[in-house]
Design a protein around this ligand. Structure first.
Ligand code: 8OZ
Length: 365
């Protein structure tokens, strides 16, 4: 158990333990304007005993939004709202990174500026349905394939969002390049069919990621920037013809940039939007990719205390990221340390609403 409670240096900061809180979409920002507010500050502060909190995915622009009531980091009101969150977490002794997000094609025109189409590397609609601005399901629309000037504008939006995150008092930022959102759509060849410098070879498919990370690093310095990947993840209709080669290359690029950490999701956890099954027999991505990144490697997806300890002991990761268990156990590190029973989470209150299923899970007696 000791390893989980050993401090860890990640880039420019040192965290108090290796039990991290995962980025968790909860769709509870204040409306209108997708603004974080006091309730969100209370929720995050309750979880400040995590070594590091990574916030819920936060859109860098209105175009980057794909679900109702997810928070943004592009308006002054949102920056002021996030400042309440970072102040509350810091006052409770925690550290918090903001996750920067652009959903790409996982959106709906009802959420887009001027009712326009969602954007993507290529005009390929994901299969399935999307949640609209009015919380109704609708079929995915065929996205608009981004032009090069539009891609450059998105990189500018990431940079501005990174600056806003700094103004809001975060300790650093994580670039969301996982789970089938924009950067992942460029990386994987199931969704990227471009024939310009942003498509085709692995080098070209990684170009947008590299340019976004460079823009964010220019604001924060590499020691305060992490990145998240989901090799083998199929959520949001993703596929790639050679995930090992692709993600080894992408992690190598991140390694060269000396990022604070790489964060990788195990495919055994169907996680986002899915069910609670842990699927066995899938590749173990932390052991597959650990060596591709020369730095702090953190791993998420279906962990319990035992698997977490074994993974650290084997050296497959330096810290373990807990999602669902952090929803229902605000004091998860203390509970793991005490081997105390864990509260079961209620999936029906994951998305939307207010206090119920959000700030009303008790700490240990
Ligand atoms: C669940 C529901 C909506 C979004 C992700 C940001 O998978 C998400 C997400 C998860 O990364």
């Amino acid at each position: 158990m000791t390893q989980l409670f050993d401090p860890l240096k990640i880039g420019d900061i040192t965290v108090k333990n290796r039990v991290f809180m995962a980025p968790l979409t909860r769709m509870r920002s204040r409306q209108p304007g997708n603004v974080p507010y006091e309730l969100n500050a209370e929720y995050y502060a309750q979880r400040a005993s995590a070594g590091l909190i990574i916030t819920e995915a936060t859109q860098i622009s209105q175009q980057g939004q794909g679900y109702p009531a997810t928070p943004g980091i592009y308006s002054d009101e949102q920056v002021a709202g996030w400042k309440k969150v970072t102040d509350a977490v810091h006052a409770a002794g925690g550290k918090i990174f903001l996750q920067l997000w652009h959903v790409g094609r996982i959106s709906h025109s009802s959420l887009q500026p001027n009712g326009g189409l969602p954007v993507a590397p290529s005009a390929i609609a994901p299969t399935g349905e999307v949640l609209t601005a009015s919380w109704k399901m609708a079929p995915y629309e065929t996205p608009h394939a981004l032009t090069i000037p539009e891609i450059k504008a998105i990189i500018g939006d990431y940079k501005k969002a990174a600056e806003n995150a700094k103004a809001a008092g975060f300790d650093g930022v994580e670039v969301h390049s996982a789970n089938g959102y924009l950067l992942d759509q460029f990386l994987q060849d199931g969704s990227n069919k471009r024939d310009d410098e942003y498509g085709g070879s692995i080098e070209n498919r990684c170009r947008l990621l590299n340019e976004v990370v460079d823009a964010v690093v220019s604001v924060w310095g590499a020691g305060r920037v992490g990145v998240r990947f989901s090799p083998y993840g199929t959520f949001n209709d993703m596929s790639d013809s050679n995930p090992v080669e692709l993600f080894t290359y992408a992690l190598g690029q991140m390694s060269k940039r000396k990022l604070a950490y790489a964060h990788v999701i195990e495919p055994r956890s169907t996680s986002a939007g899915g069910n609670d099954k842990v699927v066995d027999g899938l590749p173990n991505t932390s052991s597959l990719f650990r060596k591709a990144f020369d730095g702090v490697f953190i791993s998420a997806g279906g962990y319990d205390a035992q698997i977490a300890m074994d993974t650290l002991a084997k050296g497959d990761a330096d810290a373990i990221v807990f999602g669902r268990l952090f929803i229902s156990n605000p004091d998860l590190p203390e509970r793991l340390k005490a081997a105390a029973p864990l509260t079961r989470y209620d999936r029906s209150t994951f998305y939307g609403g207010a206090e119920k299923g959000y700030t009303d899970y008790p700490k240990m007696a």
